[in-house]
Design a protein around this ligand. Structure first.
Ligand code: HMG
Length: 391
């Protein structure tokens, strides 16, 4: 039985990479008018992983502060959501479980459905906690977004991980009401197993996202969810921040509401701060939107937030959460800002070198250069195994 105070996000923490590429450097290299990046897609910079960073080190870095604050005794499930997986068989979550010294009496699994995977993880977590409110679930969304050099997608890369502790009597967000669901088989964005950069039909992907917004909202309304004007803000999946604006305008118009600039800015303006400087973090993106909102907005106690999670291919879900009294005392605003500000700025050549870097596949012993300064690093590839270390 769930407790009276509901189930939701007890704690949330994110991590991003060692390096950052400002869009001004990309624009200067490819001759693009900077307004296209800063205004047209709403991006200023993108996080770039160092040679010794990946989804595991990012995921561990995001989750470590949560374990430090709450311990791990109640965590019996770790859900690791990613679409930039490092292994076809073993879950990235098992490495994180080991790096963080989590209890062996736990189940760990990796989930995938493009950028939607973390929301599936969150929903599974809510079900597990409803079954046994004494348990907590650690949901980690971790991704590196990579497109071909010199492609239109290149400006929408990024990387980050968000870790969320899900439990009863949550201290940040309590979920309520139904979910609106939508699935459609579309080829807007995909990544065959033999590629490390995604393939995308950019305009098709935008249309597919908007179609999914309509679809999951329609179902949400039919399931008896809140009405649009009950929400204080909306956290959308943000492949680039302008996409959230396109999506919300589309939703307002679909519902016959006025989509004037002020109303849209009011609903979204505070959700974009981290995504704008980190770039697309795929599964983590919608929850970086939540982090930005909680870290920046004036008191949201008791207010409803709408979440729209979209993953190409495509699956979308709309659901609602309410901000819990006292949440401001639990935020990690200073650490989040530090994670963004501490990144080392790359020039275009440095970024390109990292982008083109390929891991050898012959099973030899390859230590990785020490580039990152965080607690966790990918130390080597040895005998086809990834060797991680905690500093
Ligand atoms: P593009 O062809 O480089 O750009 O592709 P564009 O010509 O469409 O221009 C972009 C915007 O900039 C336009 O605004 C221009 O008018 C404007 P809009 O008409 O869309 O409002 N613009 C300017 N604005 C101000 N000053 C200027 C200027 N010049 C132009 N000087 C595209 C852009 C996003 C398609 C490309 O970057 C891309 O393919 N990105 C990857 C795909 C993507 O992010 N799709 C989003 C929806 S799918 C999704 O969200 C899922 C995903 O996260 C994956 C997953 O689920 O796993 C991707």
């Amino acid at each position: 039985m769930a407790s009276d105070s509901g189930i939701g996000i007890h704690d949330l923490s994110f991590a991003t990479t060692e390096f950052v590429l400002p869009h001004t450097a990309l624009a200067e290299y490819n001759g693009t008018e900077i307004g296209k990046y800063h205004i047209g897609i709403g991006q200023e910079s993108m996080s770039v992983p160092a040679a010794d960073e990946d989804i595991v080190t990012l995921g561990a870095a995001a989750a470590a502060p949560i374990i430090e604050r709450h311990g791990s005794e109640r965590i019996r499930t770790v859900v690791f959501a990613t679409e930039s997986s490092i292994d076809q068989a073993k879950s990235g979550g098992v490495y994180v479980h080991s790096l963080l010294g989590l209890p062996s009496a736990a189940r760990v699994v990796e989930l995938k459905q493009a950028c939607y995977g973390a929301t599936a993880g969150l929903q599974f977590a809510l079900g597990l906690v409803a079954r046994d409110p004494s348990q907590q679930v650690l949901v980690i969304a971790s991704d590196v977004s990579k497109y071909e050099l010199d492609s239109p997608g290149e400006a929408t890369q990024g990387a980050a991980a968000v870790a969320m502790l899900v439990g009863a009597d949550p201290q940040l967000i309590r979920f309520d009401g139904p979910s609106g669901l939508f699935t459609a088989d579309v080829m807007d964005f995909w990544r065959p197993n033999y590629r490390d950069a995604a393939l995308v039909d950019g305009q098709e992907s935008i249309s597919a996202y908007l179609q999914a917004v309509e679809g999951c909202w329609k179902d949400y309304a039919e399931q008896g969810g809140h009405s649009l004007d009950e929400f204080a803000a909306f956290c959308y999946h943000q492949p680039f921040t302008k996409m959230a604006y396109k999506a919300h305008r589309h939703l307002l118009e679909y519902c016959g509401h006025d989509s004037d600039k002020d109303a849209v800015e009011q609903a979204l303006g505070q959700t974009t701060a981290y995504n704008r400087v980190i770039g697309n973090s795929y599964t983590a993106s919608v929850y970086l939107g939540l982090a930005a909102l909680l870290d920046q907005a004036d008191d949201l106690t008791g207010r409803s937030i709408g979440f729209l999670s979209y993953g190409s291919g495509s699956v979308a879900e709309f659901f609602a959460g309410q901000v819990v009294p006292g949440y401001r005392d639990r935020l990690r605003t200073a650490e989040h800002r530090k994670a963004v500000e501490r990144r080392t700025v790359l020039d275009y050549a440095g970024y390109r070198e990292l982008h083109e870097r390929k891991f050898p596949t012959d099973g030899g012993d390859y230590p990785t250069p020490v580039q990152s300064g965080g607690q966790f690093r990918l130390a080597a590839l040895r005998g086809h195994k990834r060797i991680y270390e905690r500093r």
